[in-house]
Design a protein around this ligand. Sequence first.
Ligand code: 17E
Ligand code: FE2
Length: 431
Amino acid sequence: MIQLLVRDVRLRDDATGETSAVDVQVQDGRIHAIAPRGAESVEAETVVEGHGAWLTPPYVEPHVHLDSALTAGEPRWNLSGTLWEGIACWAERKPTLTRDDVVERAERTLRWYAANGTLHVRSHVDVTDPSLVALDALIEVRERVRDVINLQLVAFPQEGICSFPDGEELLTEAARRGVDVIGAIPHFEDTREDGVRSVEFAVDLADRLGLRVDAHCDEIDDEQSRFVEVLATRAARSGLRERVTASHTTAMGSYNPAYSYKLHRIIARSGITMVSNPMVSLHLQGRFDDYPKRRGLTQVKELLAAGVNVAFGHDDVMDPWYPLGTANPLQVALVGTHAAQMLARDEIEETFRMITTRAAAVLGLDEEYGVHVGRPASFLLLPATDGYDAVRRQVRPTHVVAHGRIVAETAPAVTTLTWPGEDPAPVTFAR
Ligand code: 17E
Ligand code: FE2
Protein backbone atom coordinates (compact mmCIF):
# COMPACT_ATOMS: atom_id res chain seq x y z
CA MET A 1 0.00 0.00 0.00
CA ILE A 2 1.59 3.24 -1.11
CA GLN A 3 0.93 6.70 0.33
CA LEU A 4 -0.66 8.45 -2.63
CA LEU A 5 -1.67 7.58 -6.18
CA VAL A 6 -2.40 10.39 -8.65
CA ARG A 7 -4.21 8.83 -11.60
CA ASP A 8 -4.60 10.10 -15.15
CA VAL A 9 -2.46 13.23 -15.25
CA ARG A 10 -0.40 14.69 -18.09
CA LEU A 11 3.33 15.36 -17.89
CA ARG A 12 4.68 17.85 -20.38
CA ASP A 13 8.20 17.71 -21.82
CA ASP A 14 9.19 21.36 -21.71
CA ALA A 15 11.78 20.96 -24.46
CA THR A 16 9.47 19.35 -27.04
CA GLY A 17 6.04 20.35 -25.76
CA GLU A 18 4.98 16.68 -25.96
CA THR A 19 2.71 15.32 -23.28
CA SER A 20 2.25 11.83 -21.87
CA ALA A 21 -0.64 10.43 -19.83
CA VAL A 22 0.62 8.84 -16.63
CA ASP A 23 -0.18 7.69 -13.09
CA VAL A 24 2.15 9.00 -10.36
CA GLN A 25 2.90 6.89 -7.28
CA VAL A 26 4.10 8.56 -4.08
CA GLN A 27 5.79 6.89 -1.11
CA ASP A 28 7.51 8.46 1.94
CA GLY A 29 6.90 11.95 0.57
CA ARG A 30 8.80 11.26 -2.64
CA ILE A 31 7.86 10.29 -6.18
CA HIS A 32 8.10 6.50 -6.15
CA ALA A 33 7.14 5.68 -9.73
CA ILE A 34 5.71 7.27 -12.88
CA ALA A 35 3.86 4.70 -15.01
CA PRO A 36 1.88 4.98 -18.25
CA ARG A 37 -1.77 5.67 -17.45
CA GLY A 38 -3.53 2.48 -16.28
CA ALA A 39 -0.44 0.29 -16.76
CA GLU A 40 -0.02 -0.72 -13.12
CA SER A 41 -2.61 -1.39 -10.47
CA VAL A 42 -1.46 -0.35 -7.00
CA GLU A 43 -3.21 0.12 -3.70
CA ALA A 44 -2.88 3.56 -2.14
CA GLU A 45 -4.02 5.22 1.08
CA THR A 46 -5.16 8.22 -0.95
CA VAL A 47 -6.16 8.28 -4.62
CA VAL A 48 -6.57 11.47 -6.64
CA GLU A 49 -8.31 11.31 -10.02
CA GLY A 50 -6.55 13.81 -12.28
CA HIS A 51 -9.01 13.63 -15.20
CA GLY A 52 -6.21 14.59 -17.58
CA ALA A 53 -4.98 17.60 -15.56
CA TRP A 54 -1.45 18.90 -16.13
CA LEU A 55 0.90 17.84 -13.32
CA THR A 56 3.61 20.50 -12.88
CA PRO A 57 6.27 21.33 -10.31
CA PRO A 58 5.06 23.98 -7.83
CA TYR A 59 5.47 27.72 -8.20
CA VAL A 60 8.59 29.21 -6.65
CA GLU A 61 8.56 32.74 -5.18
CA PRO A 62 12.10 34.09 -5.64
CA HIS A 63 11.53 37.50 -4.02
CA VAL A 64 9.08 38.67 -1.36
CA HIS A 65 9.25 40.70 1.86
CA LEU A 66 7.30 38.70 4.47
CA ASP A 67 8.26 40.95 7.39
CA SER A 68 6.27 43.84 5.92
CA ALA A 69 3.49 41.76 4.31
CA LEU A 70 -0.08 42.79 5.18
CA THR A 71 0.94 46.12 6.76
CA ALA A 72 -0.39 48.38 3.97
CA GLY A 73 -1.75 51.59 5.52
CA GLU A 74 0.11 51.10 8.83
CA PRO A 75 0.71 53.71 10.16
CA ARG A 76 -0.13 55.54 6.91
CA TRP A 77 -0.56 54.87 3.20
CA ASN A 78 2.20 55.49 0.68
CA LEU A 79 0.54 58.28 -1.30
CA SER A 80 3.38 59.28 -3.66
CA GLY A 81 3.89 55.66 -4.75
CA THR A 82 7.68 55.99 -4.59
CA LEU A 83 10.15 53.49 -3.19
CA TRP A 84 11.36 56.28 -0.91
CA GLU A 85 8.00 56.96 0.73
CA GLY A 86 7.57 53.20 1.12
CA ILE A 87 10.87 53.03 3.04
CA ALA A 88 9.77 56.00 5.18
CA CYS A 89 6.38 54.40 6.01
CA TRP A 90 8.13 51.14 6.90
CA ALA A 91 10.65 52.99 9.13
CA GLU A 92 7.62 54.31 11.09
CA ARG A 93 6.03 50.84 11.35
CA LYS A 94 9.29 49.08 12.33
CA PRO A 95 9.44 50.23 16.00
CA THR A 96 5.99 48.66 16.61
CA LEU A 97 6.98 45.19 15.35
CA THR A 98 6.60 42.30 17.77
CA ARG A 99 7.35 38.63 17.39
CA ASP A 100 3.62 37.71 17.34
CA ASP A 101 2.83 40.45 14.82
CA VAL A 102 5.51 39.26 12.37
CA VAL A 103 4.79 35.53 12.83
CA GLU A 104 1.05 36.03 12.27
CA ARG A 105 1.36 38.14 9.10
CA ALA A 106 4.18 36.09 7.58
CA GLU A 107 2.40 32.81 8.20
CA ARG A 108 -0.92 34.10 6.88
CA THR A 109 0.84 35.19 3.69
CA LEU A 110 2.57 31.80 3.40
CA ARG A 111 -0.82 30.06 3.72
CA TRP A 112 -1.99 32.12 0.73
CA TYR A 113 1.16 31.15 -1.17
CA ALA A 114 0.57 27.45 -0.47
CA ALA A 115 -3.11 27.69 -1.43
CA ASN A 116 -2.01 29.21 -4.74
CA GLY A 117 0.53 26.44 -5.38
CA THR A 118 3.82 27.97 -4.17
CA LEU A 119 5.99 25.64 -2.09
CA HIS A 120 9.37 27.41 -2.19
CA VAL A 121 9.74 31.03 -1.06
CA ARG A 122 12.73 33.35 -0.69
CA SER A 123 11.91 36.19 1.72
CA HIS A 124 13.99 39.25 2.48
CA VAL A 125 13.87 40.42 6.09
CA ASP A 126 14.98 43.88 7.13
CA VAL A 127 17.95 43.72 9.51
CA THR A 128 18.48 47.49 9.84
CA ASP A 129 16.72 47.24 13.19
CA PRO A 130 18.81 46.94 16.35
CA SER A 131 16.20 44.59 17.89
CA LEU A 132 16.31 42.12 14.95
CA VAL A 133 12.81 41.08 16.10
CA ALA A 134 11.55 40.42 12.56
CA LEU A 135 14.57 38.26 11.80
CA ASP A 136 14.07 36.10 14.90
CA ALA A 137 10.36 35.78 14.11
CA LEU A 138 10.99 34.68 10.53
CA ILE A 139 13.65 32.16 11.60
CA GLU A 140 10.89 30.68 13.78
CA VAL A 141 8.38 30.78 10.89
CA ARG A 142 10.87 28.96 8.65
CA GLU A 143 10.69 26.02 11.10
CA ARG A 144 6.92 26.21 11.65
CA VAL A 145 6.07 25.93 7.93
CA ARG A 146 8.76 23.51 6.80
CA ASP A 147 6.43 20.54 6.20
CA VAL A 148 4.69 22.58 3.51
CA ILE A 149 6.93 25.46 2.43
CA ASN A 150 10.69 25.61 2.01
CA LEU A 151 11.50 29.15 3.18
CA GLN A 152 14.84 30.83 2.42
CA LEU A 153 15.67 33.97 4.40
CA VAL A 154 17.74 36.90 3.16
CA ALA A 155 19.32 39.29 5.67
CA PHE A 156 18.26 42.51 3.96
CA PRO A 157 19.82 45.82 5.08
CA GLN A 158 16.88 48.04 4.01
CA GLU A 159 18.47 51.29 5.20
CA GLY A 160 22.01 50.45 4.12
CA ILE A 161 25.12 48.58 5.23
CA CYS A 162 27.57 51.50 5.22
CA SER A 163 25.07 54.36 5.62
CA PHE A 164 23.08 52.94 8.58
CA PRO A 165 24.45 53.05 12.15
CA ASP A 166 26.14 49.69 12.90
CA GLY A 167 24.93 48.39 9.53
CA GLU A 168 27.89 46.03 9.11
CA GLU A 169 27.52 44.64 12.63
CA LEU A 170 23.76 44.09 12.23
CA LEU A 171 24.25 42.22 8.95
CA THR A 172 26.99 40.09 10.48
CA GLU A 173 24.87 39.31 13.55
CA ALA A 174 21.92 38.40 11.30
CA ALA A 175 24.16 36.00 9.39
CA ARG A 176 25.24 34.46 12.69
CA ARG A 177 21.62 33.88 13.74
CA GLY A 178 21.03 31.68 10.70
CA VAL A 179 19.96 33.19 7.39
CA ASP A 180 20.41 31.47 4.03
CA VAL A 181 21.27 34.53 1.94
CA ILE A 182 23.03 37.89 2.42
CA GLY A 183 21.44 41.03 0.95
CA ALA A 184 22.56 44.55 0.07
CA ILE A 185 21.09 47.79 -1.27
CA PRO A 186 23.94 49.71 -2.96
CA HIS A 187 21.78 52.31 -4.78
CA PHE A 188 20.40 53.45 -1.39
CA GLU A 189 23.84 54.00 0.20
CA ASP A 190 24.83 57.66 0.52
CA THR A 191 27.68 57.62 -1.97
CA ARG A 192 28.84 55.59 -4.96
CA GLU A 193 31.85 54.49 -2.90
CA ASP A 194 29.65 53.28 -0.04
CA GLY A 195 27.58 51.39 -2.61
CA VAL A 196 30.64 49.57 -3.95
CA ARG A 197 31.95 48.88 -0.45
CA SER A 198 28.57 47.52 0.65
CA VAL A 199 28.49 45.03 -2.23
CA GLU A 200 32.02 43.89 -1.40
CA PHE A 201 31.11 43.53 2.25
CA ALA A 202 28.02 41.43 1.47
CA VAL A 203 29.78 39.12 -0.98
CA ASP A 204 32.75 38.63 1.38
CA LEU A 205 30.44 37.82 4.29
CA ALA A 206 28.49 35.29 2.23
CA ASP A 207 31.69 33.75 0.90
CA ARG A 208 33.13 33.34 4.40
CA LEU A 209 29.96 31.70 5.73
CA GLY A 210 29.07 29.58 2.69
CA LEU A 211 25.87 31.53 2.04
CA ARG A 212 24.21 32.93 -1.07
CA VAL A 213 23.84 36.59 -2.04
CA ASP A 214 20.69 38.39 -3.21
CA ALA A 215 21.09 42.16 -3.49
CA HIS A 216 18.44 44.77 -4.16
CA CYS A 217 20.48 46.36 -6.92
CA ASP A 218 19.90 49.58 -8.87
CA GLU A 219 16.21 49.82 -7.96
CA ILE A 220 16.00 53.39 -9.22
CA ASP A 221 15.38 55.19 -12.54
CA ASP A 222 18.91 56.64 -12.46
CA GLU A 223 20.97 55.65 -15.48
CA GLN A 224 24.08 56.45 -13.40
CA SER A 225 23.26 53.75 -10.85
CA ARG A 226 25.64 51.01 -11.96
CA PHE A 227 26.09 48.45 -9.22
CA VAL A 228 25.14 45.32 -11.20
CA GLU A 229 28.58 45.46 -12.83
CA VAL A 230 30.13 45.51 -9.35
CA LEU A 231 27.97 42.66 -8.03
CA ALA A 232 28.53 40.47 -11.11
CA THR A 233 32.27 41.06 -11.06
CA ARG A 234 32.54 40.24 -7.35
CA ALA A 235 30.39 37.16 -7.94
CA ALA A 236 32.74 35.96 -10.66
CA ARG A 237 35.99 36.71 -8.83
CA SER A 238 34.82 35.17 -5.54
CA GLY A 239 33.62 32.05 -7.36
CA LEU A 240 30.11 32.42 -5.93
CA ARG A 241 28.70 32.98 -9.44
CA GLU A 242 25.22 31.40 -9.76
CA ARG A 243 24.85 31.61 -5.98
CA VAL A 244 24.48 35.37 -6.45
CA THR A 245 21.27 37.14 -7.50
CA ALA A 246 20.66 40.73 -8.60
CA SER A 247 17.08 41.77 -7.79
CA HIS A 248 15.05 44.59 -9.36
CA THR A 249 17.92 46.20 -11.41
CA THR A 250 15.37 48.68 -12.78
CA ALA A 251 18.05 51.24 -13.73
CA MET A 252 18.84 48.87 -16.60
CA GLY A 253 15.61 50.17 -18.16
CA SER A 254 17.42 53.52 -18.54
CA TYR A 255 20.88 52.40 -19.69
CA ASN A 256 22.12 53.37 -23.15
CA PRO A 257 22.62 50.64 -25.78
CA ALA A 258 26.43 50.73 -25.72
CA TYR A 259 26.63 50.27 -21.96
CA SER A 260 23.83 47.70 -22.03
CA TYR A 261 25.83 45.61 -24.50
CA LYS A 262 28.90 45.71 -22.29
CA LEU A 263 26.86 44.89 -19.20
CA HIS A 264 25.09 41.89 -20.76
CA ARG A 265 28.53 40.34 -21.33
CA ILE A 266 29.64 40.97 -17.76
CA ILE A 267 26.42 39.50 -16.33
CA ALA A 268 26.36 36.47 -18.64
CA ARG A 269 30.00 35.58 -17.96
CA SER A 270 29.52 35.92 -14.21
CA GLY A 271 26.71 33.34 -14.07
CA ILE A 272 24.60 35.40 -11.65
CA THR A 273 20.82 35.12 -11.75
CA MET A 274 18.36 38.02 -11.93
CA VAL A 275 14.92 38.68 -10.46
CA SER A 276 12.48 41.20 -11.91
CA ASN A 277 9.39 42.18 -9.93
CA PRO A 278 7.12 43.56 -12.65
CA MET A 279 4.04 44.44 -10.59
CA VAL A 280 6.01 46.49 -8.11
CA SER A 281 8.44 48.08 -10.57
CA LEU A 282 5.59 49.25 -12.82
CA HIS A 283 4.09 50.85 -9.73
CA LEU A 284 7.17 52.33 -7.95
CA GLN A 285 9.35 53.34 -10.91
CA GLY A 286 8.73 56.19 -13.36
CA ARG A 287 7.34 58.25 -10.46
CA PHE A 288 9.75 61.14 -10.96
CA ASP A 289 9.17 61.26 -14.72
CA ASP A 290 7.09 63.70 -16.67
CA TYR A 291 6.01 62.38 -20.09
CA PRO A 292 7.48 60.36 -21.70
CA LYS A 293 7.29 58.17 -18.57
CA ARG A 294 9.62 55.19 -18.28
CA ARG A 295 8.33 51.66 -17.63
CA GLY A 296 11.03 51.18 -14.97
CA LEU A 297 11.75 47.53 -15.63
CA THR A 298 15.04 45.72 -16.10
CA GLN A 299 15.94 44.42 -19.59
CA VAL A 300 14.12 41.11 -19.16
CA LYS A 301 14.02 39.91 -22.76
CA GLU A 302 17.52 41.06 -23.59
CA LEU A 303 18.99 39.33 -20.53
CA LEU A 304 17.18 36.09 -21.39
CA ALA A 305 18.50 36.37 -24.94
CA ALA A 306 22.03 36.81 -23.53
CA GLY A 307 21.63 33.49 -21.72
CA VAL A 308 21.04 34.93 -18.26
CA ASN A 309 18.58 33.21 -15.92
CA VAL A 310 15.80 35.71 -15.09
CA ALA A 311 12.86 34.96 -12.80
CA PHE A 312 9.75 36.94 -11.88
CA GLY A 313 8.96 37.77 -8.22
CA HIS A 314 5.99 39.32 -6.41
CA ASP A 315 8.13 41.51 -4.06
CA ASP A 316 5.26 42.64 -1.85
CA VAL A 317 1.84 41.52 -0.66
CA MET A 318 -0.13 44.48 0.74
CA ASP A 319 2.63 46.57 2.30
CA PRO A 320 4.02 50.14 2.07
CA TRP A 321 5.43 49.40 -1.39
CA TYR A 322 2.44 47.66 -2.97
CA PRO A 323 -1.20 47.70 -1.86
CA LEU A 324 -2.50 44.68 -3.83
CA GLY A 325 -1.70 41.00 -4.17
CA THR A 326 -2.94 37.58 -3.08
CA ALA A 327 0.48 35.86 -3.07
CA ASN A 328 -0.20 34.28 -6.45
CA PRO A 329 2.78 33.96 -8.84
CA LEU A 330 0.44 33.41 -11.79
CA GLN A 331 -0.68 37.05 -11.43
CA VAL A 332 2.97 38.10 -11.52
CA ALA A 333 3.50 36.14 -14.74
CA LEU A 334 0.47 37.80 -16.34
CA VAL A 335 1.63 41.30 -15.41
CA GLY A 336 5.17 40.33 -16.45
CA THR A 337 4.06 39.37 -19.96
CA HIS A 338 2.75 42.91 -20.45
CA ALA A 339 5.46 44.82 -18.58
CA ALA A 340 8.32 43.05 -20.39
CA GLN A 341 6.39 42.87 -23.68
CA MET A 342 6.66 39.09 -23.71
CA LEU A 343 3.49 38.27 -25.60
CA ALA A 344 4.69 36.10 -28.46
CA ARG A 345 3.41 32.57 -27.88
CA ASP A 346 6.77 31.16 -26.76
CA GLU A 347 7.44 34.23 -24.64
CA ILE A 348 4.22 33.68 -22.68
CA GLU A 349 5.34 30.08 -22.10
CA GLU A 350 8.68 31.51 -20.91
CA THR A 351 6.96 33.64 -18.26
CA PHE A 352 5.53 30.43 -16.78
CA ARG A 353 9.11 29.10 -16.49
CA MET A 354 10.06 32.37 -14.78
CA ILE A 355 7.76 31.49 -11.84
CA THR A 356 8.71 27.78 -11.83
CA THR A 357 12.00 26.33 -13.11
CA ARG A 358 13.85 29.63 -13.54
CA ALA A 359 12.85 30.75 -10.04
CA ALA A 360 13.90 27.33 -8.71
CA ALA A 361 17.36 27.93 -10.19
CA VAL A 362 17.56 31.27 -8.37
CA LEU A 363 16.96 29.46 -5.07
CA GLY A 364 19.43 26.70 -6.08
CA LEU A 365 16.86 23.94 -5.54
CA ASP A 366 18.56 21.44 -7.90
CA GLU A 367 17.53 17.87 -6.99
CA GLU A 368 14.79 19.08 -4.65
CA TYR A 369 12.66 20.36 -7.54
CA GLY A 370 11.01 18.81 -10.57
CA VAL A 371 8.78 15.84 -11.37
CA HIS A 372 11.18 12.88 -11.39
CA VAL A 373 11.34 9.57 -9.54
CA GLY A 374 13.16 10.04 -6.22
CA ARG A 375 12.46 13.75 -5.90
CA PRO A 376 10.03 15.26 -3.36
CA ALA A 377 6.37 14.62 -4.23
CA SER A 378 5.61 18.34 -4.34
CA PHE A 379 3.52 19.31 -7.36
CA LEU A 380 0.35 20.89 -8.69
CA LEU A 381 -2.56 19.65 -10.75
CA LEU A 382 -3.47 22.46 -13.12
CA PRO A 383 -6.62 22.44 -15.26
CA ALA A 384 -4.64 23.85 -18.20
CA THR A 385 -2.83 22.48 -21.25
CA ASP A 386 0.46 24.41 -20.82
CA GLY A 387 2.00 27.58 -19.40
CA TYR A 388 0.48 29.78 -22.09
CA ASP A 389 -2.98 28.48 -21.25
CA ALA A 390 -2.42 28.75 -17.47
CA VAL A 391 -1.17 32.35 -17.68
CA ARG A 392 -4.00 33.42 -20.01
CA ARG A 393 -6.85 31.85 -18.02
CA GLN A 394 -5.26 32.37 -14.57
CA VAL A 395 -6.40 28.91 -13.50
CA ARG A 396 -6.03 27.79 -9.90
CA PRO A 397 -4.45 24.42 -9.12
CA THR A 398 -7.17 21.88 -8.24
CA HIS A 399 -4.66 20.09 -5.97
CA VAL A 400 -1.45 21.24 -4.29
CA VAL A 401 0.66 18.33 -3.01
CA ALA A 402 3.59 18.99 -0.64
CA HIS A 403 5.90 16.07 0.26
CA GLY A 404 3.16 13.61 -0.68
CA ARG A 405 0.40 15.31 1.31
CA ILE A 406 -2.53 17.17 -0.27
CA VAL A 407 -2.32 20.63 1.30
CA ALA A 408 -4.82 22.55 -0.87
CA GLU A 409 -7.79 21.66 -3.01
CA THR A 410 -9.79 24.06 -5.16
CA ALA A 411 -13.03 23.25 -6.93
CA PRO A 412 -12.71 24.58 -10.47
CA ALA A 413 -14.80 27.71 -10.98
CA VAL A 414 -17.74 26.95 -13.28
CA THR A 415 -19.72 29.71 -14.94
CA THR A 416 -22.96 28.60 -16.57
CA LEU A 417 -24.06 30.81 -19.42
CA THR A 418 -27.59 30.89 -20.75
CA TRP A 419 -27.32 32.25 -24.25
CA PRO A 420 -30.57 33.41 -25.91
CA GLY A 421 -32.35 30.47 -27.52
CA GLU A 422 -29.94 27.90 -26.01
CA ASP A 423 -29.88 25.67 -22.95
CA PRO A 424 -27.57 26.70 -20.08
CA ALA A 425 -23.99 25.50 -20.71
CA PRO A 426 -20.67 25.87 -18.86
CA VAL A 427 -18.09 28.36 -20.16
CA THR A 428 -14.45 27.36 -19.58
CA PHE A 429 -12.71 30.09 -21.59
CA ALA A 430 -10.70 27.31 -23.23
CA ARG A 431 -10.20 27.78 -26.96
N1 17E B 1 12.44 47.62 -0.01
C1 17E B 1 13.10 48.02 -1.12
O1 17E B 1 14.18 48.61 -1.00
N2 17E B 1 12.60 47.78 -2.33
C2 17E B 1 11.44 47.15 -2.46
N3 17E B 1 10.96 46.91 -3.68
C3 17E B 1 10.74 46.71 -1.31
C4 17E B 1 11.28 46.97 -0.11
C5 17E B 1 9.45 46.02 -1.46
FE1 FE2 C 1 12.36 43.75 -2.89
